[in-house]
Design a protein around this ligand. Structure first.
Ligand SMILES: *Cc1c(COP(=O)(O)O)cnc(C)c1O
Length: 223
């Protein structure tokens, strides 16, 4: 199967309103370009250096999503061109994104990452910490970031019951925050969840963005 055919097949299974981010990490630019030429324009990367190289090499109408763990000292490289930062996991990081976006005269769309998996290694806010941030005056003053919604990663397991439960947890976090802090803010609308092995479950549970790598590009040799 070609990359283009894989993308088409996944889109057939997905509800039309769910956005597909093709996760191209570790894959060469010519493979990404092949997908691009078939009409897919939304790609995700998790390493800043790799994303910068690909951004330089590829057409400028690609919508790049940063899906990895982001260090504050690298924010400045992404802000000028990235469409969405999925992994905002601290107030400190959000403030740096705001500062860099202000420098670029820009508003950067960010998703708040929540820790929903049972593994302790996955990054993300705990709900009370996110609420403390969202309720603060300091947050209210951030004029150069837009909170687009939430993001989460389920536990790496074959137990789809557990995965579904974790996706439901993320949806309930989204609903809680929506009602309490973003009731009249239409920008807060995305739930980024679902990867190659669980995207159909994620879509059933209300995902609006799925991030799919290996089902499109084949297995990776490393993360
Ligand atoms: C790698 C990665 C994905 C895609 O994983 P696949 O299992 O290859 O689909 C999705 N989200 C994040 C945050 C990733 O790092």
């Amino acid at each position: 199967m070609t990359v283009a055919a894989n993308i088409l097949r996944i889109k057939e299974y997905l509800p039309e309103e769910v956005k597909l981010v093709a996760v191209s990490k570790t894959k060469p630019t010519n493979t990404i370009f092949e997908a691009y030429q078939s009409g897919h324009k939304i790609f995700g990367e998790n390493k800043v250096q790799e994303l910068l190289q690909k951004y330089e090499a590829l057409p400028k109408d690609i919508e790049w999503h940063f899906i990895g763990h982001l260090q504050t000292n690298k924010v400045k490289y992404l802000v000028p061109f990235v469409a969405m930062i999925h992994g905002i996991d601290s107030f400190k990081l959000l403030k740096v994104v705001n500062r860099e976006a202000a420098r670029n005269n820009w508003i950067t769309t960010c998703l708040l990452q929540f820790h929903i998996a049972s593994e302790s290694t996955k990054f993300g806010f705990l709900v009370p910490d996110a609420e403390e941030m969202l309720a603060s005056d300091e947050f209210a003053k951030l004029g150069n970031v837009k909170i687009g919604g939430v993001m989460g990663m389920a536990t790496y397991t074959d137990n789809m019951k557990q995965v579904r439960k974790e996706f439901r947890e993320l949806v309930s976090i989204f609903n809680l925050l929506k009602n309490k802090y973003f009731k009249t803010d239409d920008s807060f609308r995305e739930i980024s969840m679902g990867m190659s092995d669980d995207y159909l479950i994620a879509a059933e549970e209300g995902s609006t963005i799925v991030r799919i790598g290996s089902k499109i590009f084949g297995k990776r040799n490393y993360i």
